[in-house]
Design a protein around this ligand. Structure first.
Ligand code: G3P
Length: 504
């Protein structure tokens, strides 16, 4: 598949066999450290490739190059920048199948979902180009405040922040890197990408794609390496003007603690709760819960991570969810099994620990609790109580706890007690009640009769508490990656027209 991309792109410069290089100043290079990181397929342990374990000196170089190219990128017009993004989108669509195949291999995502991630990113690039062209400024007279007149006029337009460090996660290595690159470029910034180690190969292709789309060298640079070795250095580098990160709350909090006064855009963990009321369409609710909880084996920050059913419908709902869960396919991502491997055996151990804790403390196993290498069977736990870890911790795996509640008030209380505040869900046909509950939930977004999810990508996406900082979504990200620049014009008496007021 890599060969297929090289054939379409007419370029084989980014690797030596399976050893992928990093991308700086428009060239593909090997790290002088001589060290690499091996990426293995989480399904069968086969080697997908190696990426460069870059050094601090190389981290300094990519940032310096990004800074040096800021001015040249800013000399281009908005329309020229938008055209580059659109061309990149066209290439992504052309290369979606082979790129999706590589991603499937490196992170174990079902092939169809991996391909659709590439196409979603293409659409995001197109929409970001459009949104960038719609940017507007603002002009205000000073006469709102006493002592000021229309002789004082502020003119506000937006300018780029500078160099944006984009750190993506393993679960959407292409899309959640692209959703940072596109608004950063459209706002006039230059970019340094640091992909996650597992999932580092797919985002390297942004180098090839954007170069082919006409991006000048040095505007986008991609450095691979161990977060523990170069992560803090990148975040703290004085030439980095903003950090956009998606990943765990733990790492997000660490970034915030070392970043100083740099603006941050953080998309972190979640513990999204589905409150199911008596008046819910249970068949539909069960379908949505199963898909929300188990797509990509629950490895999504927006996965359904708790269900809080009312007493009148709990038994029936759990039975429906069980039937649908037992129908899920489990196995090879290449064959599009819904449940595939978790990203690592360490992650499987963590998930198993949460299940064991709940069972030891008296929860009821409805189905699942089986493991084979990195494959974990979708597991439903009933009668989960707030004393169990699974009520509060984020598994990032295929485990769904049911915490039976007695009232909507209790559901709101349990939802809000979480350290996370990404999204919430309410299932009912009583929309008035749903709306009232929605207003009580301390989350970024409440979905009524739908699963928690980020898209469509022009919607605002944000988390409260440990779930994040700042708002993403196409126009929101462009805004977050730029700042207002204000010029105030102070008109003097000189040059004033002498005319009578029309009411005199
Ligand atoms: O975990 C990443 C998060 O952004 C999920 O995105 O599109 O699956 O809701 P999505």
């Amino acid at each position: 598949m890599i060969e297929e991309i090289e054939k379409i792109s007419n370029s084989s410069i980014m690797r030596d066999n399976l050893d992928f290089k990093y991308y700086v100043s428009g060239t593909w290079e090997k790290s002088s450290s001589g060290k690499t990181i091996t990426i293995k397929n989480p399904y069968n342990d086969e080697i997908v490739g190696t990426v460069q374990a870059c050094s601090i000196e190389e981290a300094n170089r990519v940032i310096t190059v990004a800074k040096e190219n800021l001015e040249c990128w800013n000399e281009l017009t908005q329309r020229e920048r938008a055209d580059i993004l659109r061309k990149a989108a066209t290439l992504m669509k052309e290369w979606a199948n082979p790129l999706g195949y590589i991603m499937m291999k490196e992170i174990g995502k079902p092939l169809k979902s991996a391909i659709s991630e590439i196409n979603r990113t293409a659409e995001l690039f197109e929409a970001t180009a459009e949104a960038g062209l719609q940017q507007e400024g603002e002009t205000i007279y000073g006469d709102t405040f006493k002592g000021f007149s229309k002789d004082k006029i502020s003119m506000t337009y937006r300018v780029p922040l500078g160099v944006i460090l984009c750190i993506g996660p393993f679960n959407y290595p292409f899309n959640l890197t692209g959703s940072k690159i596109a608004p950063a470029l459209m706002a006039g910034n230059t970019v340094v990408v640091k992909p996650p180690s597992q999932g580092a190969i797919s985002p390297l292709f942004f180098g090839l794609i954007l170069e082919k789309a006409g991006l000048p060298p040095g505007v986008l640079n991609i450095i691979t390496g161990k977060g523990s070795e170069i992560g803090d250095y990148l975040v703290q580098h004085p030439l980095v003007n903003m950090v956009s990160f998606t990943g765990s709350s733990e790492t997000g909090k660490h970034i915030a603690s070392v970043a100083g006064m740099k603006p941050l855009l953080l998309e972190l963990g979640g513990k999204d709760a589905a409150i199911v009321l008596d008046a819910a369409n249970l068949e539909l609710t069960a379908d949505i819960i199963v898909s929300g909880a188990f797509s990509y084996s629950g490895q999504r920050c927006t996965a359904v991570k708790r269900v809080l059913p009312m007493p009148g419908i709990a038994d029936q709902l759990i039975e429906l969810v069980k039937t649908k869960t037992l129908n899920l396919s489990i196995g090879n991502p290449e064959e599009n099994a819904t449940i595939g491997p978790l990203i690592s055996s360490k992650q499987c151990d963590y998930v198993q620990g949460l299940v064991d804790d709940a069972l030891e403390k008296g929860s009821t196993l409805v189905c699942g609790n089986k493991r084979q290498n990195n494959l974990m069977w979708p597991t439903l736990l009933d009668n989960v109580t707030t004393e169990m870890r699974i009520a509060w911790e984020e598994p990032f795996g295929p485990v769904l706890p049911f915490i039976r509640v007695k009232s909507a008030e209790e559901a709101i209380e349990i939802s809000n007690k979480s350290e996370y505040g990404l999204q919430g869900m309410i299932f009912t046909e009583n929309i008035d009640l749903a709306f009232n509950i929605a207003q009580e939930l301390e989350v970024g977004t409440v979905q009524i009769n739908g699963k928690s999810e980020r898209g469509p990508d022009h919607f605002p996406f944000l988390g409260t508490k440990s779930s994040g900082l700042g708002t993403q979504g196409i126009k929101y990200s462009i805004e977050a990656m730029s700042r207002p620049k204000v010029i105030v014009l102070n008109l003097s008496e000189k040059g004033k027209l002498t005319k009578l007021c029309k009411y005199d």
